[in-house]
Design a protein around this ligand. Structure first.
Ligand SMILES: O=C(CO)COP(=O)(O)O
Length: 258
């Protein structure tokens, strides 16, 4: 498994008719064999179109979704289950994104059920955590991250943690153009590693293998510096992944750093 993981979170952008031009251009710009793992996470509606293009191109990019519901099927109007995503070829599922937590009131308990559902079906959760600006200014960053991890991973068995990826996304850095500094990100990544190590009952250093991504205003200009920290194992990219030229640059820089 490549150490570095670059995930493009399209958020609520591009229709299913618009998606192919973005993906086709990206596939032209990125070599088929990469020493870095790359995941595209389009909106649900574009997943089939993107899956088809990736399969036809025989490219090693994989597919992700931006959310999933915890039940497999039933009377849950508007929801999409993990088996539905697996059936479309999704490998990763982003969970607990701050936009869902803050705009849609998603609570730690719901995030926890979703993490368990994704693991139960053999897919890979990308659990997002991060503090708001006010929480950082009040010195609560570590406590907030610890709460989100403890609650989000409640009841997750130690051996399941190896299928988990964490994305540290400080809310104040998302879509603001103001990325965390490498030092700020690395400090929180170290805290995350220590919390996960404790959750998994691992000896000190046991969470070394855990992949922790940074997200929040990642660009082709800052990705190189971010990935030069041993603590940062990749990036969850929002706005910059919608421009294939820029996203390809990010991927190619990450490949050089691998
Ligand atoms: O929320 C993000 C990715 O999930 C980050 O978004 P931006 O890269 O647009 O800041």
């Amino acid at each position: 498994m490549a150490r570095n993981l670059i995930v493009g979170n399209w958020k609520m952008n591009r229709t299913a008719s618009e998606a192919p031009s973005l993906v086709t251009r990206l596939l032209e710009l990125v070599p088929a064999q990469l020493p870095v793992e790359v995941v595209l996470a389009p909106p649900f509606t574009s997943i089939p179109a993107v899956a088809q293009l990736l399969a036809a191109a025989n490219h090693r990019l994989s597919l992700g979704a931006q959310n999933a519901f915890w039940e497999d099927r039933g009377a849950y109007t508007g929801e999409v289950s993990v088996p539905m995503l697996a059936d479309l070829g999704c490998r990763y599922v982003i969970l607990g994104h701050s936009e869902r937590r803050h705009l849609l009131g998603e609570q730690d308990e719901a995030v926890n059920k979703k993490v368990k559902a994704v693991l139960r079906h053999g897919l890979f959760p990308i659990l997002c955590v991060g503090e708001t600006l006010a929480e950082r200014q009040h010195g609560q960053t570590e406590a907030v991250i610890r709460r989100q991890l403890d609650a989000g991973l409640d009841g997750v068995a130690g051996q399941e943690l190896k299928n988990l990826t964490i994305a540290y996304e400080p809310v104040w850095a998302i879509g603001t153009g103001q990325a965390a500094s490498v030092e700020q990100a690395a400090e929180v990544h170290r805290q995350i590693r220590s919390v996960i190590g404790a959750i998994g009952g691992m000896a000190a250093g046991g969470a070394e293998a855990l992949r922790i991504l940074y997200g929040g205003s990642v660009t082709a200009h800052n990705i190189g510096d971010l990935l030069s920290s041993r603590e940062i194992d990749g990036a969850l990219v929002g706005g910059a992944c919608l421009d294939p030229e820029v996203f390809a640059k990010i991927i190619n820089i990450a490949a050089e750093k691998s």
